[in-house]
Design a protein around this ligand. Structure first.
Ligand SMILES: Cc1cc2nc3c(=O)[nH]c(=O)nc-3n(C[C@H](O)[C@H](O)[C@H](O)COP(=O)(O)OP(=O)(O)OC[C@H]3O[C@@H](n4cnc5c(N)ncnc54)[C@H](O)[C@@H]3O)c2cc1C
Length: 414
């Protein structure tokens, strides 16, 4: 376990998020609605580039976010770019291995670096850094959007007496679809998955990430993420789009996992749940929303479906989309030409699309019990497949290559 650096107090007091009544200026270069990893990272980069940016969130920070709290290479890269990786490492817990178990009990391990840190702390850390870099952060719920004839954005915020005008609006509202629909960016309201999590404090020690596919949770899996101080994030995910017939309630999948998986059962037998069971929707596959427009509106993070299929890992990709949006917005404002915003979907396609294709394919196949069992059995015996999966988690291999027929065939002798 990492050293016990205490969470800085001002991080959790959040006097750096101002009330909406105190919002004086009504004209902004950029307004970012939603201060999760996507929105806060976007505001941070824009502020560091010298842009006048207003960041808004309907929640009082620090706020809870229903999440597995796990981070991998892509989040490390984005945090490192803005100088926050060391803080995250020292506030969180570093874990160096994951075990994955198939529905019939075939188990394999993926050695890699994983960090767990409560989203309450992580998101506050990034939003506070955005404020330190010059962004203005207010409490406020985006309510209505209209594009003015001069191509600026007219924005109404709940309980704010005056509307706001922005040259560019960034939609960073996560899996909540109401405001995205209002702004005209929503294409498909259905989510890709639903996931449930609970914090458990236990004397039983688990030092690795645990992922378990059960027949009753398919298509989906249960997880245990070890955190600091004998705390564990325990949860389950159900992929909604491959299920024929009735999708079990997400709490049923959680119950099935904690009753029948041996590590989860022992964790609860020697400990107790210390939070309510919470569920949330997940939007994956870079689909479901327009990345650009109508008007000068860019969609980032889970609002753009940026969470990865299969892994449901979304923090790193949310930050990445936030950074790309910030770069393009800065260029558009510097050139005084909003047509430059058209670069944003192109950069997303060029830098990110390849991560989604192979994982979407894998997500479909792991929902088939026989395929899942066979591939897990092969992986447990194939050093080649094990190294492919480790490379995937470390970001040095493409999911399209790892989850391919070519790799499956090679695993027969490697
Ligand atoms: C149970 C579960 C487990 C997960 N586990 C992991 C994991 O282990 N690792 C990982 O990387 N990812 C995980 N994810 C995915 C991850 O949570 C998302 O990918 C990530 O939060 C997306 O970041 P975001 O900034 O796009 O959206 P969010 O983090 O959802 O932030 C959106 C913000 O917008 C605000 N907002 C919404 N509407 C408005 C409005 N109208 N006005 C103002 N503010 C508004 C919200 O209050 C919120 O703060 C998990 C998800 C779930 C549900």
């Amino acid at each position: 376990m990492e050293g016990a650096r205490p969470v800085p107090e001002d991080l959790l007091e959040a006097n750096w998020q101002l009330p909406i009544e105190d919002l004086r200026d009504s004209r902004w270069e950029v307004v970012v609605v939603g201060a999760g990893p996507a929105g806060a990272m976007c505001a941070l980069h824009l502020a560091r580039a010298g842009r006048r940016v207003l960041l808004l969130d309907q929640a009082h920070f620090p706020r809870e976010k229903t999440c597995g709290d796990g981070l991998i290479f892509d989040a490390f890269n984005e945090l490192n770019r803005v100088g926050l990786l060391d803080a995250v490492r020292s506030l969180g817990r570093v874990v160096s291995s994951a075990s994955i178990t198939s529905p019939s009990g075939f188990e394999f391990h993926i050695p890699a670096e994983y960090i767990t840190l409560k989203r309450r702390t992580l998101d506050a850390l990034v939003a506070r850094e955005a404020v330190r870099s010059g962004a203005i952060f207010h409490f406020g719920e985006g309510a209505h959007v209209r594009i003015n004839p001069d191509d600026t954005v007219h924005l109404e915020i709940e309980e704010c007496p005056r509307p706001i005008t922005a040259r560019v609006l960034v939609m960073a509202t996560g899996s909540a679809v109401r405001f995205a629909r209002e702004a005209g960016v929503l294409v498909r309201p259905q989510s890709s998955a639903v996931a449930t999590r609970c914090y458990v404090r236990s004397r039983f020690r688990i030092d690795r990430i645990v992922g378990v596919y059960l027949r009753s949770t398919a298509p989906g899996y249960g997880w245990i993420f070890p955190m600091k101080d004998d705390l564990y994030n325990v949860g389950s995910i159900l992929f909604s789009r491959y299920r024929r017939g009735r999708l079990p309630h997400s709490h049923e999948a959680y119950d099935a996992f904690t009753r029948s998986s041996e590590p989860a059962r022992r964790l609860l037998a020697e400990g107790e749940a210390v939070s309510p069971l919470r569920s949330a929707m997940i939007r994956t596959g870079l689909a479901g929303s327009r990345l650009l427009g109508p008007g000068p509106v860019l969609t980032v993070g889970e609002a753009a479906g940026s969470t990865l299929p299969l892994l449901a890992e979304g923090v790193g990709k949310a930050m990445h989309t936030g950074r790309l949006a910030a770069e393009v917005i800065h260029e558009a404002l510097a050139a005084d030409d909003i047509r430059v915003l058209g670069e944003y979907p192109r950069r997303i396609e060029a830098e990110l699309r390849r991560f989604y294709r192979g994982l979407a394919r894998a997500e479909r196949y792991v929902g088939m019990r026989a395929v899942n069992d066979f591939m897990s059995w092969r992986t447990a015996r194939s050093p080649f497949l094990q190294s492919c999966l480790a490379a995937l988690i470390k970001g040095s291999a493409d999911p399209g290559d790892v989850f391919s027929l070519h790799a499956a065939v090679q695993s027969l002798w490697r």
